[in-house]
Design a protein around this ligand. Sequence first.
Ligand SMILES: O=P(O)(O)O[C@@H]1C[C@H](O)[C@@H](CO)O1
Length: 211
Amino acid sequence: MSQTKHRPQVAIICGSGLGMLADTLKCQDSFAYSDIPGFPQSTVQGHAGRLVFGELKGKTCVCMQGRFHMYEGHSLCKTTFPVRVFKLLGVDTLIVTNAAGSLADGLQPGDIMVIKDHVNFPGMGGLNPLTGPNDDKFGPRFPAMSGCYDKGLRCVAMEVAKQLGVANIMQEGVYAMVGGPNFESIAEARLLHRLGVDAVALFPLMDEIII
Ligand SMILES: O=P(O)(O)O[C@@H]1C[C@H](O)[C@@H](CO)O1
């Protein structure tokens, strides 16, 4: 942290095709993941692999231009390592974005879903970034997931969507994570839909479990 004066309050993880958000930060300090000790390398198209510090609408932020997925061969310890770093830097708000597949009738390509809850299939099978000795710096041994997606921030997101005139393409929903890298079969998509899942993606949501 000697190479940037920024001390972020907000961390934003930019998923596939969303990395351009980081380019809008003012007074940027940008670092390649390859130059950051402990950071894996992004191998997925659309994931630039840069950590960008700067100001966004008056807030000091740090943006990940690209993330790490277990399907790339990274351990969950590695994929969630940046979130632990953000926590130690004093970040108190994490915004996670990623591409996903829609299972809900009203959720069309290009729409935005604000996650209100998740189904962590890999986690239910024991694949969890919190496995192993608990480090109390990051939270309790048995963290509740009931408050994982802050209601206040969700309300802000929906309100801003109204102000920007894009409320018609935004809705809340339940998200499921699967392992990938293959997409779901038709039968799997039908099963997830029957279970009340609105969108599905390949693994990204382990970050919320950490912070
Ligand atoms: O993290 P991103 O936005 O890439 O998440 C999903 C999962 C895969 O990486 C990709 C598949 O299209 O999008």
